[in-house]
Design a protein around this ligand. Structure first.
Ligand SMILES: Cc1cc2nc3c(=O)[nH]c(=O)nc-3n(C[C@H](O)[C@H](O)[C@H](O)COP(=O)(O)O)c2cc1C
Length: 169
């Protein structure tokens, strides 16, 4: 039947599960990811990187800049069973007007074919859209349903995006 309980049961099958996967250095993206996890009812995974980034701001800026200049893709150590998920919310801080270089690794390491990937970022002021050309390039040719995503600094705007995109649990 098409009653509400049938629809609800169907939405809980494992292939419809949401993954919220993120990296955060100073905690802003982490706070956003935890809010998004609660709102979507998804699984939460923090990326473990090798080498790990320094927390000291000046050191971090140097390491992050060098990775861009040398096209370094840091290792991601997490094993993630991607086949469990249909939708992947991918969170990262915006660094130098673009995604950090481990996001390249993310798109290469995991099989995201036929999945919806919803990027979200936190930043001092840069909008999500500065990241888009880079993300589009990373997703190219992989049959990924890449969404425009959102800047997650504002809880209100996050809620609005999740509602508009039918991602609330
Ligand atoms: C290396 C580096 C580069 C950054 N570049 C930008 C930038 O281009 N635009 C911006 O608005 N904020 C920039 N920021 C600020 C971070 O995006 C912002 O503080 C973010 O919320 C940090 O997330 P986190 O606390 O999860 O690590 C930069 C910060 C760092 C450390």
């Amino acid at each position: 039947s098409m009653n509400g309980s049938t629809v609800k049961a169907a939405s809980k099958t494992s292939s419809n599960k949401v993954l919220v996967v993120y990296y955060s250095n100073s905690g802003t993206t982490e706070a956003a990811a935890k809010r998004i996890q609660k709102q979507t009812g998804g699984d939460l995974v923090k990326l473990k990187l090798s080498p790990n980034y320094p927390s000291d701001y000046n050191k971090l800026t140097k390491v992050a800049k060098r990775q861009i200049d040398k096209n370094i893709h840091p290792k991601i150590l997490n094993k993630i069973m991607m086949n469990k998920y249909k939708t992947v919310l991918l969170g990262f801080p915006t660094w130098y007007q673009r995604p950090p270089m481990f996001i390249n690794t993310f798109f290469n390491k995991y099989n995201l074919k036929n999945k919806t990937v919803v990027p979200f970022t936190t930043s001092m002021s840069s909008p999500m859209k500065v990241n888009r050309p880079y993300l589009k390039k990373m997703a190219r040719g992989k049959k990924i349903n890449l969404q425009s995503g959102f800047r997650a600094n504002s809880a209100k705007k996050t809620t609005k995006y999740l509602k508009n995109n039918n991602l609330m649990k």
